[in-house]
Design a protein around this ligand. Sequence first.
Ligand code: MN
Length: 497
Amino acid sequence: MELKKYQFWFCTGSQDLYGDECLAKVAQHSKQIVDKLNKSGMLPYEVVWKPTLITNELIRKTFNEANADENCAGVITWMHTFSPAKSWILGLQEYRKPLMHLHTQFNEELPYDSIDMDFMNENQSAHGDREYGHIVSRMRIERKVVVGHWSDPVVVGKIASWMRTAVGIMESSHIRVMRVADNMRNVAVTEGDKVEAQIKFGWEVDAYPVNEIAESVAAVSQSDTNALVDEYYDKYDILLEGRDPEEFKKHVAVQAQIELGFERFLKEKNYQAIVTHFGDLGALKQLPGLAIQRLMEKGYGFGAEGDWKVAAMVRLMKVMTAGMKDAKGTSMLEDYTYNLVKGKEGILEAHMLEICPSIADGPISIKCQPLSMGDREDPARLVFTSKEGHGIATSLIDLGNRFRLIINDVECKKTEKPMPKLPTATNFWTPEPDIYTGAEAWILAGGAHHTAFTYDLTAEQMGDWAAAMGIEAVYIDKDTKIRDFKRDLMLGEVFYR
Ligand code: MN
């Protein structure tokens, strides 16, 4: 995945009341903090030190430079001393990118023996950050507040986590979804207002006739296709299940040709996400299965049956987790069927074909099986089970007058036994706080059967993204109680009308 080399500006607030010596120390301290943050090895993006902000003019100029700088994904602000907050109004008013308020101070401990009034004037974040925080709240500006000493790994971790949210906010308006099929007939939850999505999230959602992309597929040469088939056979186990090896390979080759044709078409037209529909395939010989799975692994968003909201959300999550060390994966999933045996409850997650192999655990195999729906050749697909551990399942829904993001913390597990007859990749999870409360809350909130799922982001990160987009986020997690949850939904109806 190619992303910009994003940076975050570190802006320290002060004023000229305390003399040059004090201001020199403020600058020196903030440089030291920036240096330490960059050397922590914990931040996904670089922090850039900026000269201390002490006047209206400089504050306004700096925020506008941040707006104009394509690589700047956000500003981290901190008031080392007192900084009268009226000086910040114009700059904040004109600033349009993610904002963090790092509420820290240079020294960790009270210097009991040496503390005097000069020290107090120089080190008064507890004081100055409250003045600054007040104006940001009064101006109703969405921002992240992180509290603690800058050397604390917990604090650095919070900055790192927010940086990914900020990049999600910045990159949201660069998401372009290609629809080569409309929404599945009569299905409600995958529908939505595409114009409103562009206004809120910056997403461009465009339609193309499926046969235009089919032509791009047909144009892929035999030799390119064969080379990719060789790569597949090298990388994945082949599960013939009684099929003729040559016939099987021909089916796989159809997917290789689709992968190359789709990728070329998406690149040429500058789209980062795509939707398909099993009932609208034009000249394509198979429903894209293995092909879409591979594209998702490369970072493309995907939604099935015309589900452009999930396609955009999967892309967003791929962007937010880009370059993450030890990432466990992100995929579209679908709630399919339950295990309701007491103590073993969970939801079997799958789709007809299109699950991203980034979430796979263990070997990945190619199978070729008929689809029960549609009228095409048996499609080749990657089959695997998924990693264990914590993840989040999200559903973005259109409530008619507005969007809501539903975020459920889930615990992914291995199924008790293998499912040898199931020809799809799977995940299996128990929603928090338990399946009964989790599913009840999900249904009350209007959550879809399709989800954008990841192991690598938190509910907080997605909720902060939603807040920056100006939409409601509801959380289903270990603390969820139905009575409170219903009240949250009612409050949302009032607040987000
Ligand atoms: Mn589906």
